[in-house]
Structures are given as C-alpha cells and as structure tokens.
Design a protein around this ligand. Sequence first.
Ligand SMILES: [Zn+2]
Length: 448
Amino acid sequence: MPRATIAVSATLLLQALATAASVQTASAQAAAAPQTAAAPSAPPPACTVGVRAGRLVDPVAGKVRSAQALRIGGERVLGVLPDGPAALVGCARVVDLSGATVLPGLIDSHVHMTSDPTIRRYERLGLSIPRLALIGAANAQRTLLAGFTTARNLGSDGYTDVALRDAINAGDVPGPRLVVSGPGIGITGGHCGSNLLAPEFRQTSLGTADGPDEVRKVVRQNIRYGADVIKYCGTGGVFSKGTQPGMQQFTPEEVAALIDEARMHGRKVAVHAHGAAGIKVALRAGVDTVEHVSLIDDEGLELARKYKVYFSMDIYNTEYTQSESKRRGELEEFIRKDQMIAEIQRRNFERALKAGIRMIYGTDAGIYPHGDNARQLAVMVRYGMTPMQAIQSATVNAADALGLAGQVGELSPGAYADLIAVTDDPLADVRALERVSFVMKGGVEQRR
Ligand SMILES: [Zn+2]
C-alpha cells in the first residue's frame, strides 16, 4: 500500500475514534447525571436469574454444599449463598434445580471441533474449508449441550476454529467459549502436516515450518489470523501417515524459538507429544501444557513436576478407535499405532497422578464423536482419580491452564454464569456427567 494512502486512512481512523469517544462521553454523562442526583453510590447489579441448587459442587474447595442459591446478573455470577426464603429476592426469574446437583460448566482442553471422526482420512481430502467450518458449527452445539461450556481447539485447517470462535461469540451459532490455535505447527513430513498424498500433488499445510526463522514466522502468522494459543507437534503421532509417536520432531533450537515468539505476544504454548525425548525438549523450553504424554519417562515426570506443567492425557478415545474407527476402515497404520501406545498411556497416567503432576481434562474429541466428551471422566477414575479430582481437571485446573482462572471452571462472584446440572450424584458415579440435564452459558439456558 502506498505511504500516502496509509496516512489518509490513519487520519480517518483517528477522526472516527475521536467522534466515537465524544459520543461515548456525551451518552455517559447523560446516563450518569440523574443517578448522581438520586444516589451517590452505584446501585447493586440487578439479579437477572436466580438458581436454586439442591447440591452445588465447588471444585476450588473440593467440596459439595447442600441447598445453595446462585444470584446471576447478566452473564456473570453475582454471589452464592445458602438457600432460604430471602436468598433470591429481587431476581427477575428463578430456575429451580433443587432436585439436582449443579456444577460449573465443564472444560475440554483438547478438541478438534472441525473434525468428523466418521469420515475416513482420504475422504476428508474432498472437504472444503467452508464445509469444515460448518461441521465445526454442528459439533460446537453438540459439545455445549453435553455440558462443556468451554473448549480449547488445538489444530484446525484454514483457521476454521478462529471463524467458529468468532461466530459463537457473535451469537451466530451456539457453542462453548473457544480458545483456539489455528493450524498446528510442525515439521515437513511431521504429525501436524498432511502426508496422505503422493509427491506430485504437492500437498502443503499452513503450519509447516523448518528452522527457527520459519517457526517464528508461522507463530506470527497464526497470531495475525486470530490464534489465542500456539500448538505445535513435538513428536510423531497416531493419526498421521508415516510418523512415529515415539520420535522427536523439531530441534531444541526450533522449540526455543517457537516458545520465545509465542511469549513475546502473550500466548501460551501446547505441545502434542507422545515420546519422552520430544516431551523433555518441550518441558525444558518452558511449554505450558503437554498433550497425550503417552511414553513419558521418570526424568520427564520430574521436569513436569519441577516446572508445574499441566498434562492433558486423552485416555478415553482408544475405545472408539479400536472399535468404530477400525470397523469403518480407517487406515490400518493408525489403528496399529493407537493399539501400541494406548495401554502404556493409561499406565503412565497412573504414574503421573502418583507423581503429583497437575492434570487437565483433554479428550481429543474429533478422534471420537463430539458430544461424548464426558466419557473420559470414568476412565480417569478407573486409573486412579477420585471423582472430585476428575471434575477438578475439567473445571478449575483446565481454567488455570487456559489462562481463564476465575472466569470459568468455578461459580464464584465475577465468573461467567456457566453451569450444568445432573440428576444423579457425580461424586458417587462420575458417569452421571454423561447425562447432563441442564446447561446454562453466560446466564442463558442452552438445555433444560
Ligand atoms: Zn489432537
């Protein structure tokens, strides 16, 4: 763009901002004037919805409290207090969940919203970017209605997850609050790339980068097009042709450049890593969350504990891969690699738990159908967690790992009024969370 054009645009922009500011100031004065005359202090925010909770799970305290009342103003929680005749006085309306257990909305910190697991890999090559975005819209609604009011999307084609996040925030389509990465960043021929076609098709991926300079460039590109978080592939994987889950991808220099660049822009970094070498490169470079963690060794566990890094271990989806994906005729290589590491990953989940590693709930939904996100809770309990620990991984811990502590994953004053209810007791049987009967996001009922 010629320099003169920029100057004109900048001037217009400044004029527009000045006009907007003066309009705002005028309207603020008009609104403030009568209030100042009538009441010197601002009135308390109005209760738009009150919720009676028979039992309320507080994952921050690790406690369940009986007969609680929530006062909600707009999209936020105003307060939580013991239920009683006066608890919800003044609320515009009341939702009665006194026969149910209420929890903060759940968080899945590893999904692929624009991926449909029922479509085989080679058939997916015929799907356009707009078609993928619409698949994402349908999956976002399924995820929300299953009680997941926040999700982190780690890897998408063509920034479909950025578009989906923006459409949800604009109210165009229903879905969870999304934290998105855009295309995963990976080496040529690696797990985050596309290796399905013969050389003459010259298949490329937006996130492919080799060498520290190219890595910095794709990080910048992802941020430019709307990524909230940076995701890279630090090892091979299960669902990529010709890669080995145990093998490291990217050099320590490339990973250091990637994390440095992400930090410069205030972004957290998630690494896809199965093998111990790739996990340790990431941990030493300062990664925030490690995804999968299947083949971790003792040294890796020690590093993760020392640096207080969150593990996101997807220990449910093998059940779908070994039954449904196999039956549908997914590539034999993928089924075989999943079988090789699935049980080791579950054992290592137990070890990581015993070692005191901080855990978040990440399921890799998209490998299995969206909406079944809660099914991993029972597997986590089977491999050593208490139901409360499993709930904490999907609420308060995940919120912290995503940089949303105090906003989601808890129902304290100031947090979003994202909450769910179940009829059965999830502390007695965590599978109760597979049957969510009520979902509210930002003070608005999504399911009742
Ligand atoms: Zn994934």
